[in-house]
Design a protein around this ligand. Structure first.
Ligand SMILES: Nc1nc2c(c(=O)[nH]1)N[C@H]1C(S)=C(S)[C@@H](COP(=O)(O)OP(=O)(O)OC[C@H]3O[C@@H](n4cnc5c(N)ncnc54)[C@H](O)[C@@H]3O)O[C@H]1N2
Ligand code: MOO
Length: 401
């Protein structure tokens, strides 16, 4: 294929993600569902709260009997309701989360009560009130829509699903991933590298970024810069839904990922994207398998995994929104005008604004590891001054979509 000019970021993301569809639904125990995406709308199977409950510790009294004093006739504790109806002149000791006794319509807070033996009265600090009651079904009722299909199940959604009476959840399956490190200079032993070697770090970083979105990860390599070795590694990855390579994607004599993929029978869909770092990104398909050839420079590999691999995996895992979400932030540093490629600079969040990390080399891992965000600069973006708002992309914890 002829290379052609690098294609714009959004077009490349759209073309890549169009190769993927959400995987079929599977059922998982709700307690283990964090990180999965719902395959169906989630409906409440129960009402919460199931009865009127007290929101505070204190005394339940009738709504038509707010002056007191009252005789304390029993207790309603969480899990242990008071079994009888409340009469005028009576109060029931009640705790947070306990069912309001039949006939009760107000709660006197413990702090506002004076208790002497079996008698309780107001101490002058406040009256009994209905605002301390959580009404039956105020959060949700049986049959309500709790969450839409393709929502990510985070800790809060997981808790809601359980509260809604769902022991299991229908979620989309997750893709399997193979990650291939390639390059003669790569060592598997970071503690013992010769002068001509560097520790292989990209594969491990990519695997860590993808971990929560995939069913399994097969790490392969480091693979030698020889077509046969690359072919062997691709063959070893032939069960994976998605294959990622890093290194060997550029134009050097030893950049063999493209010819190896062609020889393996893959179709090169596109090569080179107008972003910096990350230009030599390559996308190929072989049947249903999708191959991403990431550039070898560690920051380029990270940035292309962030803007291409993670969206692809999210889409396959069922996400409704799979592209990284820019967060506009004021920038404390003036930025020079953009160039012919969209650029992603490293930035640090300081006092609610973003500050540029000057180091831009695409191999500079220390600058990347010290960054909170990537600062996005469009193609030909005008220079910006201190305080101008710029799009930022959170990169801690692999980023958010
Ligand atoms: N004449 C040109 N040279 C280069 C171009 C170009 O357009 N014309 N593009 C540059 C850009 S941009 C990038 S990015 C790199 C990408 O090159 P490759 O994908 O072929 O990567 P390698 O050459 O194999 O490695 C680059 C660099 O990264 C290190 N590396 C590779 N794999 C790993 C790994 N798994 N863990 C850690 N580090 C890794 C490798 O040692 C090299 O230092 O090409 C430019 N050149
Ligand atoms: O664009 Mo390359 O990915 O800078 O080093």
């Amino acid at each position: 294929m002829s290379a052609g000019p690098p294609i714009p970021l959004e077009e490349a993301q759209t073309r890549l993600c169009a190769f993927a569809s959400p995987l079929p639904a599977v059922s998982v125990e709700t307690g283990n569902a964090a990180g999965y995406y719902l395959a169906e709308d989630l409906i409440a199977r129960r009402t919460q709260p199931g009865s009127d409950l007290s929101a505070m510790d204190g005394y339940a009294v009738r709504a038509d009997d707010l002056a007191g004093p009252w005789t304390v006739v029993g207790e309603s504790a969480a899990g242990h309701p008071f079994g009888k109806a409340l009469k005028a002149g009576e109060a029931v000791r009640i705790s947070t989360g306990a069912i309001m006794p039949q006939g009760a319509g107000a709660v006197l807070l413990q702090e506002n009560a004076a208790r002497h033996g079996n008698t309780v009265s107001c101490n002058g600090e406040g009256e009994p009130g209905a605002e301390h009651i959580r009404r039956k079904g105020f959060d949700f009722s049986e049959g309500d829509l709790l969450l839409q299909a393709r929502t990510c199940v985070g800790p809060a959604q997981l808790a809601l699903a359980l509260a809604g009476g769902n022991a299991t959840l229908p979620v989309h399956g997750r893709p399997s991933l193979a990650v291939i490190d390639s390059g003669d200079e790569l060592s598997t032993d970071p503690a013992n590298c010769d002068a001509h070697q560097i520790p292989a770090s990209n594969g491990a970083a990519i695997a860590a970024m993808a971990a929560s979105l995939v069913s399994q990860i097969h790490r392969i390599g480091p693979v030698r810069d020889r077509i046969e070795a690359l072919l062997e590694s691709l063959q070893a990855a032939s069960d994976a839904d998605v294959i990622v390579t890093s290194g060997g994607a550029s134009v050097g004599d030893h950049d063999l990922v493209r010819p190896a993929l062609e020889k393996w029978g893959a179709t090169i869909e596109f090569w080179r994207v107008a972003i910096k770092p990350g230009k030599p990104l390559l996308v190929a398909t072989r049947g249903k398998q999708i191959v991403l050839g990431l550039p070898g420079n560690p920051v380029s590999s990270f940035v292309t995994a962030y803007f291409f691999l993670l969206p692809l995996l999210r889409k396959m895992a069922g996400a409704r929104h799979f592209l990284p979400l820019p967060m506009p932030m004021a920038c404390n540093t003036p930025l020079p005008a953009g160039g012919p490629r969209a650029e992603f600079l490293r930035g640090r969040i300081v006092g609610g604004a973003v500050e540029l990390i000057e180091e831009r080399d695409s191999s500079a891992l220390r600058a990347l590891a010290g960054a909170d965000v990537l600062i996005g600069r469009d193609i030909d973006a005008p220079s910006s001054k201190v305080g101008d708002v710029v799009p930022t992309y959170r990169i801690q914890n692999g980023g958010i979509a």
